[in-house]
Design a protein around this ligand. Sequence first.
Ligand code: DER
Length: 235
Amino acid sequence: LTQDELKKIAAYKAVEYVESGMVLGLGTGSTAKHAVDRIGDLLRQGKLHDIVGIPTSKKTHEQALSLGIPLADLDSHPAIDLAIDGADEVDPHLNLVKGRGGSLLREKMVEGACRKFVVIVDESKLVKHLGGSGLAMPVEIVPFCWKFTANRLQNLFQDAGCVAKLRTCGANGEPYVTDNRNYIVDLYFKEDIGDLKAASDAILHLAGVVEHGMFLDMATTVIVAGELGITVKNK
Ligand code: DER
């Protein structure tokens, strides 16, 4: 099975949790895309009705619009029944790293307003501890004096051998700009960052920081699709 087939399997399993009449948080990324497609299919087939979607990015907003999924936002729907979204890393306590797709702020706002948050991943996302994949731990920051903020983030985690890099895009290395007109600094760790709550508090304490990609104690269920089948982990 390809990684994308595994992502689709996890996504379809998560959509089984969707009931007609629900207000749904619609995730962002290549795994969540399958879940949004599936919801659109079931609505069109009449197997689901009276669904309202709260998208977690402009990209998902466009996808859901094209599928005819009725959309709203947190201002009109502050209480959400269920969110389905992917993740970049999942640790044994169901803590997550998210945001490699750049949508972490709206994802954390929407998923923080949900009664149930179902995470969908292929088995490659499972890690022993967050930051352990050597891949990016995203932090959304204001553009103003971004070098100053990036350096303060790097110094916070110098014991873990942290390197902070501004996320850029395009050929000429322009800064990547989020849906909220902010920048992203990606943190790369060589060692375990230890206490996640302390790390989260330290990051959020920096004035130029908007939000970070650690989603601690937020997921209620994680659906993992692997070569040997599907595993459902509940909090
Ligand atoms: O950027 C994000 O938060 C995405 O949800 C990410 O965590 C998972 O993206 P993927 O499903 O494309 O791997």
